[in-house]
Design a protein around this ligand. Structure first.
Ligand code: 5GP
Length: 170
């Protein structure tokens, strides 16, 4: 199934000049959403993950059903201050300033094979920070997957693991 027509493009959101790719329309369409999870499953299964990680917040929507489908556990990567601890933080640079993400200590066992999921890959900053955070607690990141990739931003160049995306915008 062609998923691209199910993504709504919203000009000037959340700020003037930004074109936002909205997955709400995809989530609201049961067949398209089922096909999305199925296509991700087909892409991720060969990597033999032992646990999935989802990035706050739309990454949770992707990782949770996929984890159920694969019979795996699911762990949350969240913005600082959202998870009851003890947590492990990772701080990374943004265009202006810094941001910190966290994962719960012991959420991933050392050496466990992990796939990291989000809804969209843009500059790759969020995904690469999440990969580094998971490595910090010993996870073996086997790849990243997302529904949408904004190819023109070349986010995958920031990542040293295989990246799967179902829809690309150039
Ligand atoms: P990056 O760090 O790769 O520049 O940005 C990716 C992160 O920002 C993802 O967590 C994603 O959810 C969010 N994001 C940025 N732009 C968009 C967009 O147009 N649509 C959606 N759905 N998420 C976006």
């Amino acid at each position: 199934m062609d998923l691209k027509p199910h993504i709504r493009q919203v000009p000037d959101f959340p700020k003037p000049g930004i074109l936002f790719y909205d997955i709400s329309t995809l989530l609201a369409h049961p067949q398209a959403w089922q096909a999305t999870v199925q296509q991700l499953e087909d892409a991720v299964r060969p990597e033999k993950p032992e646990i999935l990680a989802g990035i706050e917040s739309r990454g949770f929507l992707v990782a949770a059903p996929l984890a159920l489908q694969l019979g795996l556990g699911f762990v949350m990567v969240r913005k600082q201050g959202k998870l009851p601890g003890p947590n492990v933080p990772y701080t990374y640079d943004l265009e202006y300033g810094q941001d910190t993400i966290e994962i719960q200590e012991g959420a991933i066992q050392p050496g466990q094979r992990v796939i990291v999921l989000d809804d969209l890959l843009a500059t790759g900053g969020t995904m690469s920070a999440s990969v580094e955070l998971i490595r910090k607690i010993g996870g073996d990141v086997r790849g990243c997957a997302c529904i949408i990739e904004l190819s023109f931003l070349q986010g995958r160049a920031k990542l040293d693991v295989p990246v799967t995306s179902l829809i690309q915008f150039d």
